[in-house]
Design a protein around this ligand. Structure first.
Ligand SMILES: Cc1cc2nc3c(=O)[nH]c(=O)nc-3n(C[C@H](O)[C@H](O)[C@H](O)COP(=O)(O)O)c2cc1C
Length: 179
């Protein structure tokens, strides 16, 4: 399950997430992408009742065997829309097992500045651990993310492609071993 992107029409984070999920599919996994722009999720509220499409989405999230989280860096941390869907994971507290217990998560932080993204990546690790997941060690931050995406949303950077391949293999293999 890939979760991420930004609310922008031509999100570089989404393009990177799509490439990563395509790699995971090529390894043999069934994949699904939750594009944060498309789902138009209202702000999480502790008194919301879990029903309808959001309930279906959370059930699917809970059933998934591994995850790729991809967030742009906004002011040194994850975007509000990424954090918002994470807040909905609170509904999974009462599921068995709770949250995403014992499942692997690859994290990708896509930043604008050349050497940025590390603080966002660290936040993503903290989120994964709080959700009782296992963060993949090949998770990484990408600086100058938007410059790596072509007009048609294609990923142009070979170095990033190699890192994505390593991450895809790690998450896929961990998911197989841990399920
Ligand atoms: C509200 C906002 C805050 C941002 N803050 C940072 C930041 O702190 N550091 C950084 O390197 N880039 C920052 N950026 C740039 C984005 O991280 C960068 O453009 C990213 O690739 C956007 O992802 P997207 O193409 O998926 O929308 C910010 C952009 C926005 C819109």
């Amino acid at each position: 399950m890939g979760i991420g992107g930004s609310l922008e029409a031509h999100s570089s984070t989404l393009a990177i997430l799509k490439y990563e999920m395509m790699l995971i599919k090529s390894l043999g996994a069934q994949i699904k992408i939750i594009n944060l722009r498309n789902i138009k999720l209202p702000l999480y509220n502790n008194s919301s009742v879990l029903k309808g499409k959001i309930k279906d989405m959370l059930n699917e999230i809970h059933t998934a065997e591994g995850y790729i989280f991809a967030s742009p860096e906004y002011h040194g941390t994850v975007s509000a829309s990424f954090k918002n869907i994470i807040d909905y994971f609170e509904f999974l507290a009462g599921y068995t097992p709770p949250y995403i217990t014992g499942k692997p998560v690859g994290c990708i932080a896509a930043a604008g500045a050349e050497n940025a993204g590390a603080t966002t990546l660290q936040t993503m690790f903290n989120i994964v651990h709080n959700l009782r997941g296992i963060s993949a060690s090949n998770s990484f931050a990408i600086g100058s993310a938007s410059t790596m995406i072509g007009r048609k949303g294609e990923l142009k950077n070979e170095h990033v492609k190699r890192k994505l391949k390593r991450l895809a293999e790690e998450v896929y293999n961990l998911a197989l071993k841990l399920k």
